[in-house]
Design a binder for this molecule. Structure first.
Ligand code: CDP
Length: 230
């Protein structure tokens, strides 16, 4: 008999459309949507605020072990999907800055930072009825996930998407700058020693270059809810 997946893991490189897919999928299923990138971004933001740099691994790791990151329902209608709080500070947009983009992969490669974040993520994921997004959800955080998707796209297509997003928010970076930054981050994320970004052996790999967000969503919904009619 068909059993609907309770834990859904979506991994893949930056700007491949993971968040859009996960958010809509969670809405259709009535599941909790959790974007784990937010946590690494929050640690990076906090470290930049506190130390103006993320280079001191011990310092950043200690910070990651004590900071309180909270994700709550959106309190403002400014395009946000949720609030991200660092203690009580609203850092929802702060974690999307080019400075955080440029430093987050370094922070997320620190083993103690990963350990601190992974244990919190597992606790949330194991409650079930969740769509969790990241780089290592299907491989490390929740290898028991019932459905694993690895969403990929060419780096040029991903840079086009990120450029459009940032332009909308008034961030003034050129397409070239974004392309270079994405390539660097991919390289870092895929080659780190712990929990590198890679598809789980049992992941379904989807390539989104020639598919719209709606088409990807439709494909995945057909998998999860075979009876679902749009
Ligand atoms: O939104 P975007 O795809 O640009 O990135 P993100 O999902 O917010 O993740 C930001 C960074 O956090 C990634 O480039 C990874 O370095 C790190 N990350 C990770 O290492 N493991 C995760 N489960 C999620 C994010």
């Amino acid at each position: 008999m068909y059993k609907q997946p309770e834990i859904i893991a979506i991994d893949g490189p930056a700007a491949s459309g993971k968040s859009t897919l996960a958010e809509k999928l969670a809405e259709v299923l009535g599941y909790f949507y959790f974007d784990t990138g937010v946590m690494y971004r929050a640690v990076t933001y906090a470290a930049l605020e506190a130390f103006q740099s993320v280079d001191d691994e011990d310092q950043v790791s200690e910070l990651a072990e004590v900071i309180e990151i909270d994700v709550r329902p959106a309190s403002k209608k400014d395009g946000r999907k949720y609030d991200v709080l660092l203690t009580e500070e609203d850092i929802t947009w702060g974690i999307r800055s080019p400075e955080v983009d440029a430093n987050v992969s370094k922070v997320s490669a620190y083993p103690r930072v990963r350990k601190a974040m992974t244990s919190q993520q597992r606790r949330i994921g194991q409650r079930g009825r969740v769509v969790m997004v990241g780089r290592d959800i299907g491989t490390v955080v929740l290898p028991e996930a019932d459905l694993k998707i690895y969403l990929d796209a060419s780096v040029e297509e991903r840079a086009r998407r990120r450029f459009a997003e940032q332009e909308e928010r008034g961030v003034k970076l050129s397409f070239e700058e974004i392309l270079i930054s994405l390539k660097k981050r991919d390289q870092y994320d895929a080659s780190r020693a712990i929990a590198p970004m890679q598809p789980a052996e049992d992941a379904l790999i989807l390539f989104s270059d020639n598919l719209s967000a709606e088409e990807i969503l439709k494909k995945v919904i057909e998998l999860v809810l075979p009876e679902y009619e749009k």
